[in-house]
Design a protein around this ligand. Structure first.
Ligand code: ZN
Length: 416
């Protein structure tokens, strides 16, 4: 069996073991996830290697090389409830294949590590990138200490069931800093429709989007829908709706080919929510994403100015509340070149695209030169049981990733 065919066969094996008819069930810190990891540890043991946990519950496998310079490959075995068979585990299983070729041959010139990050999805406690953020040193304990799942289980208790002490998870950062990490490589499904729409199997990911997330609260005056003439209203919903449309225009204005930006108004709360009342209060969310920090900042300033102008025009007021800010993470130029060569070699072309979703690679990119490879996603679907990728796309993307690993080994070994 070819290396790439074996990756697909192993992904199917894992899916059969950890899925129900509703989809994959490898929810972080739970029994099915532990079983997925036991399966993974069995595969690692077959290579004569061991998977060892760090203080945050991430599993690390090492193939020592002639030099302590290290290339890290990673992704995550956990998934959302009723998730797909590829999100996360494709990257872990493909990285395992890369380790396999180096563990069996002669000792590699540099050290290779594979990491299965713990709780990438944050599906149970709401904190994504838990394990990689702990390793990168960006996890704030005070932000997560009080988190509970929907059954009322506290995060520290769920961690304890898995041998992880929340108060010590940042020791994973100390452990991480002891690694002479020179590159971080991750392969993942796109989870969006771009590659499929271009008719491509494989893409070079140029970075992960930065995020500006806010709530806007428009306040006017609730009034009777029959008695209040339109020019005399203070309709908070109309100001919010006009702002939502304007935010979309702002995003479209800043989108350039190859450097798309996005924005979403995903939440609308209106009061008093009565068919015969003019809305007196309307709250909307705004989530803006871009790969360029300056573009993201300008988009945010323009959205703010638009909301204030449209509030005035509708005779209401607006207040902003900040929810989340994440810096864009452009990937490493030297690794991007290696990635392009590897994708080109297998597919004859190397389309570039940014990643809208965050990945463990976003945390790593702040610490280590990083690059990602994407495989197409059928109909752009992910986080659902319909998630899929044509097998020949998975095969080509795996071959491109394995080529990237080999090129990176040579690149890191040759660095001064
Ligand atoms: Zn993922």
């Amino acid at each position: 069996m070819s290396d790439a065919r074996r990756v697909i066969a192993e992904l199917k094996e894992l899916a059969a073991r950890t899925s129900t008819p509703e989809g994959a069930q490898r929810l972080a810190w739970g029994p099915v996830w532990r079983d997925a990891r036991a399966w993974f540890q069995g595969k690692v043991a077959e290579l004569g290697l061991r998977a060892e946990p760090d203080a945050a519950g991430n599993l690390w496998v090492t193939v020592p090389g002639d030099s302590a310079r290290t290339i890290i490959m990673g992704s995550h075995l956990d998934c959302v409830p009723n998730g797909g068979w590829l999100d996360g585990c494709f990257g872990v299983v493909a990285a395992l294949e890369a380790l396999r070729s180096h563990a069996r041959g002669k000792k590699p010139p540099v050290t290779l590590k594979l990491v299965d990050w713990a709780d990438e999805e944050g599906a149970r406690f709401g904190r994504s990138l838990f394990g990689s953020a702990a390793a990168a040193g960006t996890l704030q304990l005070e932000d997560v200490r009080g988190l509970k799942d929907r059954h009322g289980t506290a995060l520290p208790d769920a961690l304890r069931e898995n041998g992880v002490d929340l108060e010590r998870v940042l020791d994973a950062h100390t452990q991480f800093k002891a690694i002479d990490a020179r590159a971080y490589l991750e392969v993942h499904i796109e989870q969006g429709p771009v590659l499929e729409s271009l008719g491509k199997s494989t893409g070079v990911v140029i970075g992960t989007f930065g995020v500006e997330r806010h709530m806007m609260r428009f306040t006017g005056q609730a009034a009777h829908s029959g008695s209040t003439p339109i020019p005399m209203r203070r309709d908070a919903f109309l100001a919010a709706a006009a702002t939502a449309l304007e935010c979309r225009q702002i995003a479209l204005r800043h989108s350039k080919p190859g450097a798309g930006v996005v924005c979403t108004v995903g939440v609308v709360n209106v009061e008093p929510r009565v068919v015969t009342a003019v809305p007196g209060v309307c709250e909307i969310s705004l989530d803006q994403r871009a790969l360029d920090a300056e573009v993201l900042a300008v988009m945010n300033r323009e959205a703010r100015a638009a909301s204030e102008r449209l509030a005035r025009e509708n005779n209401v007021t607006v207040e902003w509340r900040h929810l989340l800010r994440i810096a864009p993470r452009p990937f490493d130029p030297a690794l991007l070149r290696l990635c392009e060569q590897s994708v080109q070699e297998v597919t004859g072309e190397a389309p570039r695209l940014p990643s809208g979703p965050l990945h463990d690679a976003s945390e790593m990119a702040a610490r280590v030169p990083t690059v990602m490879v994407f495989s197409s996603s059928t109909r752009g679907l992910s986080h659902c049981k319909e998630e899929d990728t044509p097998e020949e796309h998975l095969e080509r993307t795996t071959r491109a990733f394995l080529g990237l690993v080999d090129r990176t080994v040579a690149h890191v070994a040759a660095a001064p």
